[in-house]
Design a protein around this ligand. Structure first.
Ligand SMILES: Nc1ncnc2c1ncn2[C@@H]1O[C@H](COP(=O)(O)OP(=O)(O)OP(=O)(O)O)[C@@H](O)[C@H]1O
Ligand SMILES: [Mg+2]
Length: 361
């Protein structure tokens, strides 16, 4: 067996290369974040073409290129422009001698357009005879990683749009209730009361009118409660702080609030945090047998963190209803994280972290 000289990197044999490609493919299929996946591709390409360096370059929309990953810091700066430009322009494998060594590049195509390229090179020697085929395997892996990342981004943008659309329709229903039905009932009550004050009215008729007015006032309360559940007006008008205070006031379990919040946050963030507290309080009341609930909300470093802790029986189960699952979907659609800790007998904590600049994509 040939023993490599110390310090000289040798490329793996066929089986080693296959195993390396399989490892990369699995890593990409697992949904490893994009930069890490591309770094792994560059590292593995360098290892398989050893002694060589490798990099992944992407094309920007303005026609310029940007480094996405490299196996050795600074190597990509020395890439000969001619080789990369030719690979990108022709859409084909390109190799050239550079000094005493070589550079080879293969374009990466995603969705029918050239996304960028994978390049390898060495300061000594020429490319291996099967360089084109082998580099194409790496380009394929990069294409898969990029396509996966795009699908993920499209998926989360569409989730965020769905949440925004449902919020918008809730807001519209709330406004319609407020401006339509509620105003109608308010006016009807005023008219009844003014008729009831007519001196000529028989006392029984007056009593009857007062009764009807009182009942209509009850309807008004119900309507207010209903529209609060749909989309609380105080949230749109005053922001998260007054809206959470209102939730705490109405709760039948005692609530301790610790709020360190700016006056306003982006609307989807305010709505997401509000629903989290509202659902967690409703759960603490319905299921927990709790005596106190602590609600904490603060923003720091561009993140809003909200937690709701009750001292009840614990044992909350995400699969048990639609409340907690719906919250998880909503928070994750905004790019946030959501967690429930609920050991039996140890109370329940529901928490989320939301990027404050969550926007609808
Ligand atoms: N704070 C809590 N303490 C104890 N158990 C809880 C708590 N919160 C939730 N649970 C348990 O977890 C289950 C799931 O909660 P979830 O909010 O998803 O559904 P739900 O409250 O039953 O119904 P929905 O929220 O859809 O009206 C509940 O049915 C309840 O058994
Ligand atoms: Mg619930």
């Amino acid at each position: 067996m040939e023993v490599p000289e110390p310090g000289v990197r040798t490329s793996p044999d066929d089986a080693g290369r296959e195993a390396g490609l399989r490892r990369l493919a699995m890593m990409i299929a697992r949904g490893e974040p994009h930069p890490a996946a591309l770094r792994a591709v560059a590292g593995e390409a360098a290892r398989q073409f050893a002694p060589a360096a490798a990099c992944v370059v992407m094309c920007r929309s303005d026609g310029s290129t940007a480094l996405a990953a490299e196996s050795e810091p600074g190597w990509a700066d020395r890439l000969p422009i001619g080789v990369t430009a030719s690979a990108l322009k022709t859409g084909r494998f390109t190799a050239a001698e550079t000094g005493t060594g070589y550079t080879a590049a293969t374009p990466v195509e995603v969705g029918g357009t050239v996304w960028g390229l994978v390049a390898v090179g060495a300061e000594q020697g020429g490319p291996p005879p099967d360089a084109e085929r082998r580099l194409a395997e790496f380009a394929e892996l990069v294409a898969t990683a990029v396509a996966n990342e795009r699908r993920r981004a499209e998926h989360s943008a569409s989730r965020a749009r769905l949440v925004a659309a449902s919020d918008e329709s809730r807001r519209r229903i709330e406004r319609d209730l407020h401006d339509g039905a509620q105003q109608f009932v308010v006016t009807a009550v005023l008219r009844l009361r003014s008729v009831a004050e007519m001196p000529s009215l028989p006392p029984e008729a007056r009593a009857e009118l007062e009764d009807i007015a009182a009942e209509l006032n009850g309807v008004l309360d119900d309507l207010r409660e209903l529209s609060r559940g749909i989309h609380p007006e105080v949230l749109s008008k005053g922001g998260l702080r007054p809206a959470l205070r209102a939730l705490a006031r109405r709760s039948s379990v005692s609530v301790v609030l610790d709020l360190r919040l700016p006056d306003r946050l982006p609307e989807p963030v305010e709505v997401g945090a509000y629903y989290l507290v509202s659902e967690a309080l409703a759960n603490a009341t319905k299921h927990a047998n709790a005596s106190t609930v602590e609600v904490a909300a603060e923003t720091s470093g561009g993140t809003l963190r909200v937690s709701v802790h009750d001292d009840g029986i614990g044992g909350a189960d995400m699969g048990g209803g639609s409340g907690l699952t719906g919250l998880k979907d909503r928070i994750e659609a905004l790019g946030g994280t959501f967690a429930v800790e609920s050991p039996r007998g140890g109370g329940t904590t529901v928490r989320c972290a939301l990027p404050v600049h969550a926007t609808v994509g």
